[in-house]
Ligand binder design. Structure first.
Ligand SMILES: *[C@@H]1O[C@H](CO)[C@@H](O)[C@H](O)[C@H]1NC(C)=O
Ligand SMILES: *[C@@H]1O[C@H](CO)[C@@H](O)[C@H](O)[C@H]1NC(C)=O
Ligand SMILES: *[C@@H]1O[C@H](CO)[C@@H](O)[C@H](O)[C@H]1NC(C)=O
Length: 452
């Protein structure tokens, strides 16, 4: 996959920054579905019923070792995991894990909540597993590649919070559930002072690209009604799939068509009716060679060698009724998969938003949909607090926009934290980074925007 190989290039940078040492001092982690850490404690162990606890309550904690892309190596940063109380799409109690990485020179009053694009309907693909040293399979490599999105912060600066926001049922592409679980992970992180050292009222910036942009945008929309008091001071939303039905059409038969399989299975994990219908409609051939259903276990049997090649595939052709499910479940797909429905004067967050996406993005759907989303936000927010960096990415696709957007995002986030620290947190205007363009129109970072 080209996307992965480009990112691989990007994350090879990781080796320059992170001191990776070959050692095998930590035990091999268990897959989430086999690891008792992921199971909420019973009443005897916890002292009360975890389900009756407030959202964001920490249920378990542990220290973990973070790996790198180089198999068998470890990052020498401290990291912790919290099992926290959250909820699913139907507001039923759920418990998820978030991974907290403390940079070597940390700012304990700054947290970046990094919604990793793990894009998977298999709970064993969660970042809490794949980020650990000695993890195996797709979950390891993909999550490690994603870790490069926030690379400078492994050295210096904000503490990183990386939630398994898809939840224990891996409901990939389900907006509200991703939002709840992201916001509850932030609450848990801020309550983890005794374990992690994070300041209880630390300033938080949310960041996510693609699938992570989905979680971040939904968390921004639902924040006021769900977790108004969280000290969030900014959000960076990259490459957001605004309408998952449009995304389905955009990626089907293209090089990332496997995303459709993962998103459909993620939705099926959340909607029993859709699960039943899709399984019933699956053609025998697609069923037998697990072309479609393999996604459910793609991180569960790391060495099964059966990974189907789904690049440039017509996913609708696996089903007797093609893509009829898009119409049949339209109400559900709109409820959980169309951004912007919760943007009102009442829901506007008191923090600035930075959007970035390539204007030639081939994954997220029509660019006019993203523009409409950004406009919707701009219409309810204070002028100057919604930044659209796509203007700087006229030729970028889904991968190159990420590579262009990362340094800008890092700079924007650091500048934003500094401004809030200086007590200018409520002055939302002028939060853009000062960009300098060289003779070729390429962006040059202003020298005072060194990362920290
Ligand atoms: C509760 O959990 C503890 C620790 O895992 C276990 O030893 C105990 O048997 C459990 N109790 C019940 C009633 O399941
Ligand atoms: C989402 O996209 C689909 C297909 O592109 C479209 O038919 C539908 O109206 C869109 N939904 C909303 C709420 O805009
Ligand atoms: C899904 O759609 C069904 C049928 O339209 C509806 O009864 C149900 O409430 C929907 N669920 C959600 C979470 O939107």
């Amino acid at each position: 996959m080209r996307f992965i190989s480009s990112l691989f290039l990007l994350s090879s940078l990781a080796f320059q920054h992170a001191s990776a040492e070959i050692k095998k001092s930590c035990p091999e982690p268990l897959l989430p579905m086999l690891d008792p850490f992921y199971v909420p404690p019973n009443e005897t162990e916890f002292g009360s019923d975890w389900k009756s606890k407030e959202l964001g309550t920490i249920l378990r904690t542990r220290e973990v070792t973070i790996g790198t892309l180089l198999p068998g190596t470890e990052h020498d940063v401290k990291a912790y995991q919290l099992l926290y109380r959250t909820q699913d799409l139907y507001k039923n109690p759920d418990a998820s894990v978030t991974t907290i990485i403390i940079p070597k020179e940390p700012h304990m009053n700054r947290v970046i909540s990094f919604q990793d694009a793990y894009d998977s309907p298999d709970p064993n693909c969660a970042p809490s597993y794949g980020l650990q040293a000695l993890a195996q399979g797709w979950g390891r490599s993909w999550n490690q590649v994603n870790l490069a999105f926030i690379l400078p912060y492994l050295q210096k600066g904000a503490v990183i919070n990386i939630p398994d926001y898809e939840g224990s049922n891996a409901a990939f592409a389900v907006g509200p559930q991703s939002a709840y679980q992201t916001l509850d992970s932030i609450k848990a992180a801020l309550a983890s002072t005794k374990t992690t050292g994070i300041t209880a009222d630390a300033n938080v910036i949310m960041f996510g690209y693609s699938g992570g942009g989905l979680a971040t945008e939904w968390a921004t929309e639902l924040r006021n009604e769900y977790a108004k008091d969280l000290p969030i001071v900014g959000a960076v939303i990259g490459g957001p799939p605004v309408n998952i039905t449009s995304t389905y059409h955009a990626v089907n038969k293209n090089k990332l068509s496997q995303l459709n399989v993962w998103a459909m299975l993620g939705l099926m994990n959340a909607f029993p009716e859709m699960n039943e219908y899709m399984r019933g409609d699956l053609k025998t051939e697609a069923y037998e060679d697990k072309k479609f259903l393999h996604g459910l276990t793609k991180c569960s049997y790391p060495d099964d060698g059966l990974v189907p090649d789904l690049e440039k595939t017509d996913i609708s052709a696996f089903f007797h009724h093609g893509d009829s499910f898009l119409g049949k479940f339209e109400t559900n797909l709109t409820t959980v998969g169309v951004m912007g429905q919760h943007i009102t004067w009442k829901s506007r967050p008191g923090f600035p938003l930075m959007f970035f996406y390539g204007r030639q993005d081939e994954v997220i759907g029509p660019i006019k949909d993203v523009e409409a989303l950004v406009k919707k936000w701009s219409d309810v927010m204070i002028p100057g607090t919604v930044l659209d960096y796509s203007k700087l990415m006229p030729f970028q696709d889904h991968t190159t926009a990420l590579i262009t957007g990362l340094p800008m995002s890092w700079s924007w986030m650091t500048k934003r934290f500094e401004k809030v620290d200086k007590g200018k947190g409520n002055d939302h205007t002028d939060d853009g980074i000062d960009l300098e363009l060289d003779g070729d129109g390429q962006i040059v970072m202003a020298p005072d925007h060194e990362l920290r």
